[in-house]
Design a protein around this ligand. Sequence first.
Ligand code: MN3
Length: 207
Amino acid sequence: MYEQIKLAYSFDALEPHIDALTMETHYSKHHAAYTKNFNDKAVALGFEGKDVIEVLASWKKELSDKADGAAVRNNGGGYYNHNLYFGHMSPNGGGLPTGKLAEKINEAFGSFDAFKEKISAAAAGQFGSGWAFLSTDKSGNLTISASPNQDNPILETEGAVMPILGIDVWEHAYYLKYKNLRADYISAFFNVVDWNKVAENYENAFK
Ligand code: MN3
């Protein structure tokens, strides 16, 4: 049984950056639906119990030609991506990464500001619904990318690259408060990023 991550904060805790109604709708409706649909497909196709990362990494080889393949991709991606997203937001977030993650960000992008600019541009530039990700490979090298729909680097690289930070740029993530101003939402999002959690994701990406 695939379960939604338990939120470590209340729906209104990320105000004013992310509003309570958006959080409640996003978690209780959108993410809940991806999770339910992914569980249903897992039962139908007989892969329940398999780690979602393995499902996504092997999707191209094992599921892309199945009748329910697209549903697994969309709902499995939606299930995983939202667990990542809700897991690295916090009312005590914002600020700067520290330690090894900070070093690797500086090494890969020149500075934190340059990193922020690059991932914000990837998120703003994703046409239609999708995500921007900060990801790592097995050697710890960081990359920024964007994916349409509920795709992610695990699916795209068959597990060679793991996301450690995701910015949801579907309109359901920001439209109630920010309307058409996606860039304002992206800017506000950085005030609630829990960099300790992102650092943990970095350390655990291939464990
Ligand atoms: Mn979403």
